[in-house]
Design a protein around this ligand. Structure first.
Ligand code: ZN
Length: 335
């Protein structure tokens, strides 16, 4: 008899079907999670993939661009950075396998950066069945249980969910963390709360991540006046900027020396007291040795106004001379 869902079936047949299919499916698929292998075969290629290019509360709440962070894949090492809302949905949509992860990095305790850390850690630890991988986050995130104690590795030691991260580390400014063939060095960001970007080094290939940070401290406007980057200005606007006068020298020194830079920009010239801005990024990239820059964490403004994200990338590329782009979500860019 053909199995068909529906009320017409005999109750006993329905019961048998429900029991049999659940048992068969769990036998076939459930054991996969406990097998010690990732769900999808490990990808040996070197790439970066964005699960979202949006940032800021407006973009997070509207999801006009997504907020799942990004994933770096290297031979034998996979890292998820800043899994904000939608991370697991976007990972599945783009066939990015959280069970292949070796580390999860959370930069700071803002919702567009940490909200789905527990979910992604659960993937890394293969439904919390295995003890594996590393969680890297500021002490503020760990002590404040923004990542739950269970997902920090303080769970049960018995039963099927006895897994968790093998290591959970509180980030410290300029203190390198060795992760197999990769070294990740956190660098303090200036944004509110404890917050770190990083430089990742893989056999001499360096990838920088700014996290959310301010950069421009003061500038000269077209009338010749020196202005501070400040919340006292309208939306922290850098108005009529002629020239940047003072800026975060440490950030320029660190991130101008990497091969690939992931830059959280948010706005071209607004919110400068909290964010890098397009002006700031242009300054950082000018004269740098960066070969390619990925612009991400943009406000919804750049997606609700057609072409504005591409215009911002074009401005930064032309003015700095460094190839800069707002990546297409889900595309694997070779490293
Ligand atoms: Zn933030």
């Amino acid at each position: 008899m053909t199995e068909q869902p529906g009320e017409a079936q005999d109750l006993e047949v329905l019961d048998e079907r429900l029991r049999r299919i659940a048992a068969e499916t769990l036998q076939r698929e459930g054991l996969q999670w406990f097998s010690g292998e990732p769900r999808l075969p490990r990808d040996p290629d070197r790439w970066i993939c964005f699960l979202g290019t949006g940032g800021s509360p407006r973009c997070m709440l509207t999801q006009v661009a997504h907020t799942g962070g990004f994933m770096i894949n290297l031979p034998n090492f996979a890292l998820h950075v800043d899994p904000g809302p939608g991370a697991i949905l976007q990972a599945n949509r783009h066939k990015l396998d959280p069970t292949s992860l070796d580390a999860v990095f959370v930069s700071h305790a803002h919702t567009d950066h940490y909200t789905e850390a527990n979910t992604i850690i659960e993937g890394m630890c293969r439904m919390m069945s295995q003890r594996r991988g590393c969680v890297l986050a500021p002490g503020e995130i760990l002590d404040g249980n923004y990542i739950s104690p269970f997902h920090q590795g303080h769970g049960t030691t018995t039963g099927p969910y006895r897994g968790g991260p093998a290591t959970t580390l509180a980030l410290r400014d300029n203190q390198p963390v060795a992760l197999g063939e990769v070294t990740l060095t956190p660098h303090q960001a200036y944004h509110g709360g404890e917050n770190y970007g990083f430089v990742l080094d893989y056999h001499g290939l360096t990838i920088g991540y700014t996290s959310d940070t301010n950069y421009v401290k003061s500038y000269r406007n077209t009338s010749g006046q020196i202005q501070e980057a400040s919340s006292a200005n309208r939306f922290g606007e850098l108005a009529d900027l002629a020239e940047i006068v003072d800026y975060r020298h440490d950030l320029k020194e660190i991130y101008s020396q990497v091969d690939i830079l992931v830059a959280n920009v948010t706005f071209h010239n607004m919110w400068s007291h909290r964010h890098l801005t397009g002006y700031g990024l242009t300054h950082l990239l000018t004269g740098s040795r960066v070969k390619q820059c990925f612009i991400t964490h943009l406000d919804s403004t750049y997606f609700t106004n057609p072409g504005l994200a591409a215009d911002l990338a074009a401005y930064i590329t032309r003015k700095s001379g460094v190839k800069s782009q707002v990546p297409v979500e889900g595309t694997r860019y070779e490293l």
